[in-house]
Design a protein around this ligand. Structure first.
Ligand code: HEC
Ligand code: HEC
Ligand code: HEC
Ligand code: HEC
Ligand code: HEC
Ligand code: HEC
Length: 352
């Protein structure tokens, strides 16, 4: 590792020199890249080993960027501290900065500050009900903890127009609007919000980083490794087979019509998961319409461990033994029968 680090120190000024040279090549296809950032950052191998020995990638994939939700934001719109080229080491991006985009219904400058207001009021906020900082504040998720997941990057994949509804409807837009990129942009803007854009498994993976971390679970007094226990139940198993109809974390933990960022503790009476409100989640029109509130006593986070749920544990064990105990002898008998059929005259050595 030290050799690598030394090599990186040696080659860095050299690399920057070549890149500065490249700045003089005219022409850049990408319109909102005003600072010509991609001139350097479009090179796939652009990376180095940092002081801690970690590999850092500085390559920005243009086609992913152009198809992402942020495609209309200039690079400097987020990397606000980069004002000259060649530039100094960049500061961390603040997701709450106002950008040059205007929200059309109010004509105010757009920012994600509203999301932060929701997050602050939720169980993931950094202060408790009385406004005091929580213990272990560093465990609380910030925007980039959930959104810088690699899963969240290639949004272009999810933003493709969906089969079924799309082609016929797009044809209708074309009757009046003539520019394809206008039609696609606004059609996608609305329709992707009418559907889930991630399957239940993807959502669970985002939460697993903390909710399956034993240290975090223990020091915040949570009673279960929530993603693991979800995956033990029928819901989680179906999610693993990529069933999209199955409830994901958000379907149960977000109150209908509210921001996904406003999740509450199940001890809060306003939470959808509070024992008074749980029945309504199950009888949701998409899930178990007509279910009695009793269904909500089903342990959606059961770990099937001897201490937590002995009844389920023995039930599961019974069925595993029953299935194994029936199938295994049956398979042995079939195998022996097959051998006799294929080798009717075979004998074991030494026997007559
Ligand atoms: C002359 C070529 C060049 C141009 C043009 C350029 N960069 Fe860079 N950039 C680099 C190099 C080289 C590095 C790697 C520096 C290092 O090794 O730490 C880098 C690193 C970065 C980083 C990594 C953060 C860090 O720790 O420094 C960010 C963010 C960044 N550039 C953003 C931008 C933005 C935004 C623009 C356009 C306004 C831009 N760059 C234009 C060469 C360039
Ligand atoms: C919507 C905001 C946004 C836009 C627009 C944006 N970036 Fe970034 N960029 C980020 C965030 C967030 C990170 C993660 C590091 C951080 O928190 O600062 C990042 C990281 C980077 C890195 C460093 C990766 C690393 O490992 O340190 C480079 C290089 C970079 N961006 C270049 C660009 C270039 C070039 C453009 C324009 C084509 C651009 N960015 C547009 C938000 C943005
Ligand atoms: C606990 C994890 C978590 C944190 C922290 C978080 N988000 Fe989100 N965010 C999500 C999830 C999950 C979704 C919904 C994704 C989906 O529906 O596919 C989402 C959706 C969004 C959306 C899209 C809304 C829509 O309907 O299209 C935006 C914008 C957003 N988040 C911004 C932010 C910002 C800004 C922050 C920081 C203030 C933040 N998020 C913090 C998990 C998080
Ligand atoms: C019958 C003709 C017609 C059809 C079909 C049509 N539009 Fe429009 N659209 C218009 C007109 C006219 C306006 C301007 C209306 C106004 O400003 O009140 C408009 C405005 C818009 C705007 C707002 C633009 C702005 O800057 O304010 C969007 C977005 C839009 N249409 C998207 C679509 C999409 C997507 C479809 C297809 C699903 C579609 N339209 C179908 C005629 C149509
Ligand atoms: C960066 C770590 C982190 C991530 C990522 C994260 N959480 Fe959390 N979550 C926490 C911590 C810490 C708490 C405990 C808060 C407290 O002590 O007040 C918590 C609490 C919760 C609670 C309340 C538990 C209760 O008492 O009923 C729910 C529900 C929850 N998270 C859901 C989610 C979901 C769903 C996701 C994924 C979209 C997610 N979290 C992602 C750290 C995280
Ligand atoms: C079918 C609905 C449902 C789904 C799906 C679901 N939860 Fe829960 N969750 C609940 C209910 C109800 C509670 C209340 C306590 C209990 O019954 O275990 C809860 C409790 C929790 C708790 C607090 C545990 C404690 O007792 O301290 C966390 C954390 C949590 N869920 C996170 C998640 C995460 C992360 C996911 C996705 C992997 C998820 N939940 C999926 C309904 C659900």
């Amino acid at each position: 590792m030290t050799a690598l680090r030394r090599a990186s120190k040696f080659f860095l000024p050299f690399g920057i020199f070549i890149l500065i040279f490249l700045l003089h090549t005219p022409g850049n296809s990408y319109a909102s890249d005003i600072g010509n950032c991609l001139l350097c950052h479009k090179y796939a191998g652009m990376s180095r080993v940092d002081e801690e020995g970690k590999m850092r990638l500085f390559f920005v994939n243009e086609s992913i960027f152009v198809n992402s939700v942020h495609s209309k934001v200039k690079c400097e719109g987020c990397h606000t501290d980069i004002t000259e080229i060649p530039h100094k080491p960049a500061k961390k991006v603040d997701c709450l900065v106002e950008c040059h985009i205007v929200e059309p219904s109010t004509e105010k400058k757009f920012s994600h500050k509203d999301v932060d207001t929701f997050l602050a009021k939720s169980v993931h906020g950094t202060t408790d009900a009385s406004g005091k900082p929580k213990k272990y504040v560093e465990d609380m998720p910030m925007c980039k903890d959930c959104h810088d997941e690699p899963l969240y990057r290639p949004l272009s994949f999810f933003k493709k127009v969906r089969p079924g509804i799309s082609d016929a409807a797009l044809g209708r837009c074309r009757v009046c609007h003539k520019k394809e990129d206008f039609i696609y942009r606004f059609y996608n803007h609305v329709t992707t919000r009418l559907h889930k854009s991630r399957n239940p498994l993807n959502i669970a993976e985002v939460c697993a980083r903390c909710h399956d971390d034993e240290t975090i679970v223990a020091r915040h007094g949570l009673s279960t490794k929530a993603v693991f226990s979800y995956s033990e139940t029928f819901h989680g198993k179906a999610a693993r087979f990529l069933d999209e109809r199955i409830p994901d974390c958000l379907d149960c933990h977000v109150n209908k019509g509210e921001s996904v960022h406003q999740m509450l503790s199940h001890k809060n009476v306003q939470a959808s998961t509070h024992e008074y409100n749980r029945g309504k989640i199950c009888s949701n029109i998409d899930c178990h319409p007509g279910a009695s509130p009793k269904l909500a006593t089903y342990g959606v986070h059961s770990e099937f461990s001897l201490e937590q749920s002995p009844a389920q544990y023995f039930f599961t064990a019974f069925f595993i033994i029953l299935t194994g105990g029936t199938l295994l002898p049956l398979m042995v008998i079939i195998l022996l029968d097959l051998i006799r059929r294929f080798f009717p005259n075979a004998t074991i050595k030494g026997r007559k």
